[in-house]
Design a protein around this ligand. Structure first.
Ligand code: HEC
Length: 131
């Protein structure tokens, strides 16, 4: 004669509800934590009242590679006239390794939040001239 499978009819609902709740809580913290941290830093930099002239001074070294007058097929992307958000996001991405480029990591790493803010204000204010 066959025995019934052990445990088949044991009540399990109590235990399961608590476990599901814990899993959901851990999962959501795990997923949102790093995302919030990254955008927090960008928001913090964008809120800084930065000095455009200081940005112009710092951007002197960028123009050796990022030529504001380069043609559209240049291999180095244009940054003069880009939005503040895009400049801040990209510099942070190179800094923390999210965007992998040795040259730009070296450039971005040495800048403080204030310096990134100043660069972004200055570069976003420039209209690249395509003549
Ligand atoms: C030695 C050359 C060099 C110098 C100097 C340099 N860059 Fe770059 N930069 C590059 C290259 C090459 C890329 C493209 C890298 C890639 O493929 O991700 C780039 C990419 C970028 C990007 C991303 C642009 C986009 O649209 O994806 C930003 C923003 C940027 N640089 C800002 C700067 C700033 C600000 C400075 C000056 C403080 C600077 N760079 C100095 C070579 C340089």
């Amino acid at each position: 004669m066959m025995k019934p499978v052990r445990g088949w009819t044991e009540p399990v609902s109590d235990f399961n509800d608590k476990e599901v709740l814990k899993l959901l809580l851990c999962g959501s913290l795990f997923l949102t934590g790093p995302v919030l941290m990254a955008s927090d830093e960008a928001a913090e930099i964008l809120a800084i009242e930065a000095d455009s002239e200081y940005g112009e001074y710092l951007a002197g070294e960028c123009s050796t590679c990022h030529n504001p007058n380069a043609s559209d097929d240049s291999t180095v992307p244009k940054i003069h006239g880009a939005s503040r958000e895009s400049i801040v996001d990209n510099l942070l991405a190179y800094k923390n390794g999210e965007r992998d480029n040795t040259t730009m990591k070296g450039v971005a790493e040495k800048f403080s939040k204030e310096e990134i803010a100043a660069l972004a204000v200055y570069l976003a204010s420039i209209q690249p001239d395509k003549t």
